[in-house]
Design a protein. Structure first.
Length: 132
């Protein structure tokens, strides 16, 4: 069983949105990043990671970076957030396209994207599954 969980598995649960958003905001910098948190089937935290979307250039490279970690975590759920400390709150076409690509890729790996946020230091909006 030890190999099933990645390093840093602490088994904690996020009891409310404030705790979840605080975890995401702890990974934000002035550069836009995609932050993703993976969970096991019981809803326990597995890992919190981030990837630099701008450095990956193509959406396929971003998805490869995300889902290689998701698969190695053996995750069943994930929460995704895109933004930076000063990111705008109106979703751009790129934001919506990235959210849709992440959800489609997650379906291929039988992983549920529980929440998808556009976030900055002060505010966040949630992109609903039905709108992408």
């Amino acid at each position: 069983l030890a190999g099933r969980y990645p390093r840093g598995h602490d088994g904690r649960r996020f009891n409310n949105d404030d705790e979840l958003l605080a975890e995401i905001r702890s990974k934000l910098t002035t550069t836009a990043y995609l932050v993703f948190i993976t969970f096991d089937g019981a809803g326990r935290h597995l890992a919190t990671r981030r990837t630099d979307v701008a450095a990956k250039v193509k959406t396929g490279n971003v998805l490869r970076a995300i889902f290689s970690d998701v698969v190695s975590d053996n995750a069943s759920d994930m929460v995704v957030a895109y933004g930076s400390k000063t990111y705008h709150q109106t979703p751009s076409l790129f934001d919506l396209s990235l959210a849709r690509s992440v959800r489609i890729a997650a379906e291929l790996f039988n992983v549920r994207v529980a929440r998808y946020f556009i976030i900055n230091d002060k505010n966040h909006i949630e992109i609903e599954g039905g709108s992408i």
